[in-house]
Design a binder for this molecule. Structure first.
Ligand code: BGC
Length: 754
């Protein structure tokens, strides 16, 4: 049905229009019955439905309907699998249709700046490319059912401490290269129906009233067509917010801000056309949903199976010194309460009322020989002598031990950040005790963000299960016993210790958080610094092995408008069917700007039978090579060479090739009295103007025309001469008497006039 929304708006009163711009209650938008505008419901959250039918809250306190808790983003991102994320979205879309939900509040794509952020479990990655691709696939899956998504939290919401008032202070290049692209990709590849602006300020201005963010960048540059809603209670000043591009205030503020909107229209400080446009954007999405209601059949059972599949395809095997998979004939001890009571999701607004949860202990085959000892509690850091002794005894008697370790709920949650990166002390203590009686030890981790692993070199196996959703136990059991071949890879680096993290000295500040590490977030920092890490970005083991061969790049020379196709052959060289995540990184060799040593620009997951080979293809474009140049306010890849690297993680790069870029983008000249001679000599457009100054300065510094020191003094070398000239500001040529100030100003004008 084609609706005339503008016509409908023309029939609304001013009060009705203002009313459309805020919630009816915690979860509903208002309707206007006389005009046939329905009141629709929105609901959390990204990895399952948290539909509250009675009392609403945004902290996951009150009950919601029984639903399926799929793996939270921290785990699903490790699948590196667009098709799987699409299937996941498809299931959520069907569940939402069946439960009368018009918009699902997610996905959450904020970048993991520090392992300490309390909400990291809800976020995908430290890498914006991976986060963006993952989000777009998920959104497309949901929106194919005409149910909207609300990608969140836009933007730079990377800590929980003072999240409702603190200012995330970062330069524009950092925002554009690290904190924005996941949102940008989602708009360009999946056009989310709605955006949720974050609580925090960005460089001093609240996201909820930031015209640059909500209108210039989001709509005018990226082409967003839906509406923006506030995070719950994120409105600071309503009228400036509406003008900036915040269409919907959530939840209801009891009409307080609706009245301000009405008053502002009446006194002329708000154009009614801005209000009309906001209402139109909201109604377009409301009707997109209500005009496409689908009878949906889904069963919790089937979605539980999908939750298991996503968990299996995402868990990351970090270490395996010939200890896994386990055999049913082996005598195994499962230690730690997480074996019986897994931690599978985080706390806060994404908390799902799971209809069933499986533990590893419940999920092993009846034929497996497993003895369980609690060892330590899952929900607290309490060392108990008796429990510890039982666990040590069980470990001593077993062939192999699996310790189920992890973070208790209280260690990480929405609303606050972690204060350290350690496991509870009681767990590390017991792990060490067990290692003193047993060398065959595997650790399974249940955590929403990395933990330090002081025992890493002494254990033989580590499986990072993260927070696995409600089917976690089945997934862990299948991987441990080799029914499934592990195939997830890390969507973040695991550093050895917290102080290695680049944001260590500025994370968690109150009023103003300075993103002093700039673009060097995650592996962009660790890899550029060549810093040892526990496990690099993109890393993960398999029970089979893969070989990479035959890298092909279809062009060796490109310009701005070209695309490049890269292909590589991957072979399963082991004995088990398995999946490999092939990664493509680009390294800028031009030295035109300070950049990370390499950045992820492509990935593909490929399934291979033993002995099978498949060719994997990637397409790169200008943006794949570019960085955000603030001088031109655009993406820029300088002319020169770039390396293309293919491998199994950011630090396991097997094949490399080179490509030469010739860009047609010309950086504007901004020559002034303090521009250095070095910059001018390096630019073809200006080198000719200053060559003469260079020669004269060399003579001043006592060099012969052949570059040798005339008096034979080796302390002042040619290298020093060159360096001194390169950093000499233009103004100094006047004091050396090479030209008058007027002549120099005239020359500057000519250079800038080119
Ligand atoms: C969270 C959002 C969530 C909203 C509604 C807020 O506290 O930041 O992510 O969607 O509550 O529950």
């Amino acid at each position: 049905m084609k609706r005339n929304v503008k016509e409908l708006i023309s029939q609304m009163t001013l009060e009705e229009k203002a009313g459309m711009c805020s919630g009816l209650d915690f979860w509903h938008l208002k309707g206007v019955e006389r005009l046939g505008i329905p009141s629709v419901m929105v609901s959390d959250g990204p990895h399952g439905l948290r539909k509250q039918e009675e009392e609403g809250d945004h902290l996951g306190i009150n009950d919601s309907i029984k639903a399926v808790c799929f793996p939270p983003a921290v785990l699903s991102a490790c699948s590196f699998d667009r098709d799987l994320m699409h299937e996941f979205g498809d299931a959520i879309g069907k569940e939402a249709q069946a439960n009368d939900l018009s918009v699902v509040l997610g996905p959450a794509v904020n970048i993991k700046r520090s392992p300490l952020c309390g909400r990291n479990f809800e976020y995908y990655s430290e890498d914006p490319y991976l986060a963006g691709e993952t989000a777009a696939a998920f959104i497309n899956g949901i929106q194919e059912h005409h149910v909207g998504t609300s990608i969140k939290h836009f933007a730079a919401n990377n800590q929980e401490y003072n999240r409702m008032s603190s200012s995330s202070n970062a330069d524009e290049r950092t925002l554009r290269e690290i904190y924005f692209p996941a949102f940008e990709t989602a708009v360009k590849k999946s056009q989310p129906y709605t955006f949720m602006c974050s609580y925090n300020r960005i460089n001093g201005t609240f996201a909820s009233e930031n015209p640059w963010l909500l209108t210039d960048v989001l709509r005018n540059e990226w082409g967003f067509k839906g509406y923006v809603m506030s995070d719950w209670g994120a409105v600071n000043e309503r009228v400036p917010g509406l003008i900036a591009g915040l269409e919907l205030e959530m939840p209801s503020s009891g009409g307080v801000y609706d009245k301000e909107i009405v008053a502002a229209v009446k006194d002329g400080s708000l154009k009614e056309s801005i209000l009309d446009q906001a209402v139109e954007r909201i109604l377009n999405i409301v009707f997109e949903y209500t005009d496409h209601r689908e009878e949906q059949e889904f069963t919790l059972e089937a979605d539980h199976e999908l939750a298991k599949k996503i968990a299996v395809e995402s868990m990351v095997l970090l270490k395996n010194e010939s200890i896994l998979p386990l055999k049913e004939t082996e005598k195994i001890a499962f230690i730690g309460e997480f074996a019986r009571k897994p931690r599978f999701q985080g706390g806060g607004s994404s908390h799902i009322n799971s209809f069933r949860v499986s533990s590893a202990l419940d999920s092993i085959s009846p034929a497996a020989d497993v003895r369980y000892a609690k060892g330590f509690p899952a929900d607290a850091d309490i060392y108990d002598e008796t429990l510890a002794q039982e666990a040590v005894d069980a470990a001593r008697e077993a062939d192999k031990v699996v310790i189920f370790a992890g973070l208790p709920d209280s260690f990480e949650s929405e609303g606050y950040d972690r204060s350290h990166m350690r496991l509870p002390d009681c767990q590390n203590r017991l792990i060490n005790q067990i290692l003193s009686v047993q060398s065959e030890v595997i650790i399974v981790l249940h955590n929403g963000s990395p933990v330090e692993m002081p025992w890493l070199s002494s254990v033989k196996g580590v499986l990072e299960a993260y927070l696995g959703g409600q089917a976690v136990g089945e997934a862990v059991a299948d991987i441990l016993y080799g029914k499934s071949c592990p195939c997830g890879k890390l969507a973040e680096t695991i550093p050895f210790k917290l102080s290695d993290n680049p944001s260590y000295l500025s994370f968690g500040e109150g009023e103003n958080v300075t993103y002093q590490e700039g673009i060097f977030v995650g592996y962009r920092y660790y890899d550029t610094k060549e810093m040892p890490v526990a496990f690099p970005f993109g890393y993960g083991l398999s029970y089979t092995s893969f070989a990479y061969d035959h890298l092909q790049i279809d062009k060796s020379e490109i310009t701005d408008h070209d695309t490049v196709t890269v292909s590589v052959d991957v072979t399963n060289t082991g004995h088990m069917e398995g999946k490999e995540i092939v990664q493509l990184y680009v390294s800028d060799l031009t030295c035109a700007a300070r950049r990370p040593v390499r950045e992820l620009k492509g990935y593909e997951k490929v399934s291979l039978l033993p002995g099978e080979t498949k060719t994997v293809h990637f397409t790169l474009d200008y943006r794949s090579f570019a960085w955000y140049n603030e001088t031109i306010g655009d993406w820029y890849a300088a002319s020169g060479d770039y390396e293309i690297l293919i491998g199994a993680s950011s630090r396991d790069l097997m094949l490399t090739g080179k490509i030469h870029m010739t860009t047609q983008k010309i950086l504007p000249l901004k020559v002034h009295m303090n521009t250095t001679l070095g910059e001018l000599l390096a630019d073809q457009r200006t080198a000719g103007y200053v060559e003469d100054f260079k020669q004269k300065l060399s003579q001043v510094f006592g060099m012969s025309s052949s570059g040798e020191r005339k008096d034979g003094d080796v302390a002042i070398s040619e290298a020093m001469n060159t360096a001194m000239i390169a950093c000499m500001p233009l103004r100094n040529v006047v004091s050396y008497g090479f030209c008058s100030k007027e002549e120099l100003l005239g020359m500057i004008e000519k250079m800038n006039g080119q």
